[in-house]
Design a protein around this ligand. Structure first.
Ligand code: THU
Length: 135
């Protein structure tokens, strides 16, 4: 699937964001190697720490349905859902990506569906801690 279409799905997913505390809506669209797309949004909580980022929502939806092979994720975000800047994934989400994805997994940061830039996981999380470090 084209990156442009994936960014469009991420923009649509932002609509589901539950953000009564920050007002910052994030949407993500995760592409499996078989071509399926799992979307996610951020879901906040009055106790703050149980909040979940959009990227992890997408990953947990996909993994809970048996998916383990991922090609790319598109991410967008902005206050009140208005996208002004690129929204890079937080460190916790990068670590979750690391659990399921190889160095060449693609992370697409979008502004509009035809304005985006992409990175590999290796670029955004160099020297990552993984399963091999605890064997
Ligand atoms: N957020 C995400 O959903 N993804 C990120 O990678 C960065 C932050 C959310 C968490 C919180 O609901 C809001 O954005 C403000 O931090």
């Amino acid at each position: 699937m084209e990156h442009k279409k994936l960014v469009k799905s991420a923009i649509q997913a932002m609509a589901g964001a539950y953000v009564p505390y920050s007002g910052f809506k994030v949407g993500a669209a995760l592409l499996t190697k078989s071509g399926k797309v799992y979307t996610g949004c951020n879901i906040e909580n009055a106790a703050f720490s149980p909040s979940n980022c959009a990227e992890r929502t997408a990953f947990f939806k996909a993994v809970s349905e048996g998916e383990k092979e991922f090609a790319a994720i598109a991410i967008v975000g902005g206050l009140e859902g208005k996208i002004k800047e690129y929204c890079p994934p937080c460190g916790v989400c990068r670590q979750v990506m690391s659990e399921f994805c190889a160095d060449d997994f693609i992370i697409i940061l979008g502004k509009e569906d035809d304005e985006y830039k992409s990175y590999t996981l290796a670029e955004l999380l160099p020297l990552r801690f993984s399963e091999k470090d605890i064997r």
